[in-house]
Design a binder for this molecule. Structure first.
Ligand code: COA
Length: 366
């Protein structure tokens, strides 16, 4: 009996035009380009403007992925949006994305699994396709973290950015898609990465706002320890489950939180640099969007090719982790192959300074 597999047939990413360099941030908070670069590898990040939200970035990335795949939005069966920064707590942002893209025949749900959300979403989409329940699924990872950052907390605000990436998976008989995976969670470390308000534990109140509990807080050292351990171990386990080793994997696409974490994991596993995607310098940590953005860039650049085996691994709030081995089938070829690559990166890509003399970055007050 032939089995149904999930083929990745479309991809796309989008980052808001506004680029904030480390020097821009140093005008708002007590930090420096040297500190940020040496601790994280980050050189710049993209921030939304006041009127942009997560659904806007998701829809742009999703549209690019559907165009690339040559899929009519009405033929999409399911839209999964992975994010920790939805437009609203209710309604789910996935329905805004489904509507905005014109996926009128699709179900939609949001996965709030922190930075690991895209891998959770990809594995879930693959399951729906393998069972035969759905034929075409759009998976988006998108975040607007900048609006939840405390620009009085220099240990955290310098590390994050905004962006979105998306893929289209479609049913095929060809052997491809998720070959092995691991989804992990350790809720005992919930406090290590948390935005305490708003929620049912801490509804919005003057007290909550006065104490700045509506901003993201992070115990950087705890997350660093967790990340370095889980990235290496979960990658080893998914390779073990599939019976493959490092030489059998064509490209490793890790969560882009910090260059030091990626380099540590690469060293532990003996990965050559050319097999590891790293773009944290350009985007910072865009949480659930880092892996789909890195994947989309790798596909655009021809670093990931038809038939390749990819390893993806993420870690983040929860604390959670997720890893998978994903085999690429034949890739979609769209008109955009003819030369719209510059457009794909969002904006013109030029790192213009956007801060004015008063320390205002497009509505964010320093
Ligand atoms: N600019 C300048 N100095 C800063 C700073 C900043 N933005 N943030 C912190 N510092 C200072 C600290 O106050 C401290 O000063 P002190 O020694 O005088 O007290 C010093 O730098 C060292 O801070 P420390 O926390 O020891 O740095 P670190 O080497 O642990 O690096 C992180 C901090 C956050 C970069 C690191 O812990 C990390 O990357 N953690 C993982 C975070 C992550 O990936 N999160 C996302 C998960 S999805």
């Amino acid at each position: 009996m032939t089995r149904t597999h999930a083929s990745l047939i479309g991809w796309g990413h989008f980052a808001p035009e506004t680029v904030v360099t480390n020097d821009d941030l140093a005008k708002m908070v007590d930090t420096s380009d040297e500190w940020i670069r040496s601790r994280s590898g980050i050189e710049q990040r993209h921030f939304v403007t006041e009127d942009q939200a997560t659904s806007d970035l998701s829809i742009e990335a999703g549209r690019r992925a559907l165009d690339r795949a040559g899929v009519d939005p009405e033929d999409v069966d399911l839209v999964i949006v992975a994010t920790s920064s939805p437009d609203y707590l209710t309604p789910p942002v996935s329905s805004q994305v489904q509507h905005g893209l014109g996926c009128t025949n699709a179900g939609a749900f949001t996965m709030m699994v922190g930075c690991t959300g895209f891998v959770y979403g990809l594995v879930t989409a693959d399951q729906f396709i393998q069972t035969g329940a759905y034929k075409t699924v759009l998976v988006v990872g998108a975040e607007v973290i900048s609006k939840n950052l405390d620009f009085e907390d220099r240990t955290t605000c310098v590390l994050f950015g905004d962006g979105a990436g998306a893929v289209v998976l479609q049913a095929t008989d060809a052997p491809c898609g998720v070959r092995s995976f691991e989804l992990g969670s350790d809720g005992s470390q919930a406090e290590a990465l948390i935005a305490p308000c708003p929620g049912t534990r801490n509804p919005v109140s003057q007290y909550a706002i006065d104490n700045r509990t509506h901003y993201l807080r992070m115990d950087g050292k705890a997350v660093f320890r967790f990340a370095t351990r889980t990235m290496t171990e979960s990658l080893e386990r998914v390779m073990g489950k599939a019976g493959v080793g490092v030489p059998d994997v064509d490209l490793f696409i890790p969560h882009q939180a910090n260059a030091r974490i990626i380099e540590y994991a690469a060293k532990q596993l003996g990965l050559p640099p050319e097999k590891v995607v790293m773009n944290v310098a350009d985007y910072g940590n865009t949480s659930a969007a880092t892996i789909p953005i890195a994947l989309s860039e790798a596909l655009d650049a021809g670093r990931a090719k038809a038939g390749d085996t990819l390893a993806m691994v993420g870690f983040g709030a929860g604390l959670t982790w997720a890893a998978c081995l994903f085999d690429l089938g034949p890739l979609a070829v769209s008109p955009s192959d003819a030369g719209e690559e510059a457009d794909r990166a969002g904006g013109d890509g030029a790192p213009d300074s956007v801060i004015d003399d008063r320390g205002v970055v497009d509505g964010l007050i320093a």
